[in-house]
Design a protein around this ligand. Structure first.
Ligand SMILES: Cc1cc2nc3c(=O)[nH]c(=O)nc-3n(C[C@H](O)[C@H](O)[C@H](O)COP(=O)(O)O)c2cc1C
Length: 336
């Protein structure tokens, strides 16, 4: 049976172009984040806690908001009020950037999927650090862990990627409970090359020196399109550099499940990604002791359970949340 969001709100949102619907939703949640009474109105969606501790942090439940939904960190209190156990904002880049030309988000309702080629549109590390500083002062900083996902600015050549990440890391780390290095979005040319052992090693080494001993957990977000040889090399580099966790996975460039008539360039997310990303979670857990956060095609309690059975410690939602709405959180926690 359809929930209230699916019956009443989704048809309205889906009558708008995908990016307009996204901005409309974010604008509402941004407004709600300013007022205690509005935040209280979101709380009925919350489900009973399923607490968990990892990276020395306490999570009220293991279901997080995936990166990309709140790239600029404008609605953090609202996500917490809706019941997310942790919130990952970003991807934030060193420089503010507009992203790719529109249209750049596409719905594929028959496949329960999205394709996006946004290209890290965001306000940039400085503006976002300032926003997070104001949120701290406002007293509305949430009680749940907040992760900050950082990536490379489009204008920065790949050879200077490390400095670009370091710039954002320095500005943002004090606001983050953990920092995710995104080396896997398909929409920034060359970004995925940072998954190559040599480049990843250089990046992790530099971040490791920067974070010093008062270590913030650093996570790496990887692509679902890696071969097992590539995955093994990444895991070895992560193991050797004290990476606290791996987020598996980002969107895929494998569009083989999409009919050519509805296909678009960009990263594919949602149901068609589910099996591929679960297989990667299983492969990581089989080869390494690094904790895994699973993301990819979680639409219900069953697909969430699949990720935990594959060995994930936590899960993150994006496309499933767009299609199923906030009740999805309660539906999953009820069956944990
Ligand atoms: C429109 C859109 C924008 C996204 N932006 C980002 C991003 O900025 N950074 C990132 O690490 N992942 C981004 N992602 C990937 C999601 O965080 C998630 O890892 C991926 O979509 C797989 O999960 P899902 O199938 O539940 O959507 C984006 C996904 C979508 C659909």
């Amino acid at each position: 049976m359809k929930n209230g969001y699916e019956r009443f709100i989704r048809p309205l949102l889906f009558s708008l172009d995908a990016e307009t619907a996204h901005h409309f939703t974010i604008a509402l949640l941004r407004q709600a984040s300013q007022f205690d009474f509005a935040l209280r109105m979101l709380r009925p969606f919350q489900s009973p806690p399923k607490p968990k501790v990892l990276f020395g942090l306490s999570f009220p439940n293991p279901i997080g908001l995936a990166a990309g939904l709140d790239k600029n960190g404008v609605a953090i209190p609202a996500w917490a009020a809706l019941g997310f156990g942790f919130i990952e904002i970003g991807t934030v880049t060193a420089k503010a950037q507009p992203g790719n030309p529109k249209p750049r988000i596409f719905r594929l309702p028959e496949q329960q999927a999205l394709i996006n080629r946004l290209g890290f549109n965001n306000d940039g590390a400085e503006a976002i650090a300032e926003r997070l500083h104001r949120l701290r002062r406002s007293g509305r900083w949430p009680a749940v862990p907040v992760g900050i996902n950082i990536g490379k600015s489009k204008a920065t050549p790949i050879e200077q990627a490390t400095d670009d990440y370091l710039y954002s890391f320095r500005l943002l780390r004090d606001f983050a409970d953990y920092v995710t290095l995104n080396v896997s979005s398909p929409n920034t040319p060359g970004l995925r090359e940072l998954q190559e052992p040599q480049r990843l090693s250089e990046l992790l080494h530099a971040i490791g020196i920067e974070r010093g001993t008062a270590a913030k957990p650093v996570l790496v977000k990887i692509s679902p399109d890696l071969s097992s040889v590539e995955l093994e090399a990444i895991l070895a580099v992560c193991d050797g550099n004290g990476v606290a966790g791996i987020i598996a996975t980002n969107t895929t460039l494998d569009h083989s499940s999409i009919p050519p008539a509805s296909d678009e360039d960009g990263g594919l997310s949602g149901a068609p990604l589910r099996e591929k990303s679960t297989a990667l979670v299983r492969a990581i857990v089989g080869k390494s002791a690094i904790p895994v956060i699973a993301s990819g095609g979680i639409f219900d309690a069953e697909s969430a359970r699949e990720k935990f059975q594959a060995g994930a410690q936590f899960i993150q939602l994006y496309t499933g949340f767009v299609y199923r709405g906030p009740r999805l959180l309660g539906e999953i926690t009820a069956k944990l």
